[in-house]
Design a protein around this ligand. Structure first.
Ligand code: FE
Length: 203
């Protein structure tokens, strides 16, 4: 049996651990406080929140209207608010328009509904190429769009962060919000991929 424990943690992880030990030893932080923060970002804040909003928008026209009109308030009403969640705008993919989100300057991202940004989102190539050649970037994610679809790129800032509402996949008629949520991936809400096809998730 191979054991994960035989692998040393990354240098970053070791340094974080050393820093944590030192802060605790000096009485500057309580371990429980750190655990609570880690737990928040592991379990409570993440793309499952955004997926919930998208699935509701797919099934409830009034919710969809409110989400597109004012995503910050609508997300907050559902309990999804906090750091990096202010000034949220929801943008909807249609058969004519595909939306793609980037932060060209740094890594602005809607933490409350998507969690922490993936490494590639923060990388220099993604930040520049999402704007200069969005279709090539989409190709690399395996997302091929018909020529007649307009690709709209949204540049995030600390003043405005974006949540893409992907198109509801065909063949999901009659699915519940809980079932639909499983089709809404993080990448589909950044706009680099469509939502999963229904056959990839057991209904
Ligand atoms: Fe940024």
């Amino acid at each position: 049996m191979t054991s994960d424990h035989s692998h040393l943690p990354s240098e970053t992880a070791l340094r974080a651990k050393a820093l944590e030990s030192l802060l605790v030893e000096k009485g500057l932080v309580k371990p429980e406080a750190l655990d609570a923060i880690v737990e928040t970002y592991q379990d409570k804040v993440g793309p499952q929140n955004g997926a919930h909003l998208v699935a509701l928008a797919w099934t409830d026209p009034e919710f969809r209207r409110r989400l597109l009109a004012d995503a910050s308030d609508t997300a907050a009403e559902m309990g999804y608010f906090g750091r990096q969640g202010e000034h949220l705008k929801a943008i909807e993919n249609t058969p004519e328009v595909h939306n793609l989100v980037v932060c060209t300057l740094c890594s602005c991202y809607p933490w409350t509904v998507l969690g922490l940004p993936p490494v590639w989102y923060k990388s220099a190539p993604y930040r520049s190429r999402a704007v200069s050649e969005p279709r090539s970037v989409l190709d690399e994610f395996g997302t091929e769009l018909p020529e007649n679809v307009t690709v709209r790129v949204w540049d995030s800032t600390s003043e405005m962060r974006y949540l893409v509402v992907p198109m509801r996949p065909a063949g999901t008629e009659g699915w519940s919000v809980e079932q639909l949520r499983k089709l809404v991936t993080r990448n589909s809400m950044i706009g680099v991929e469509p939502a999963l096809p229904p056959e990839q998730v057991a209904p």
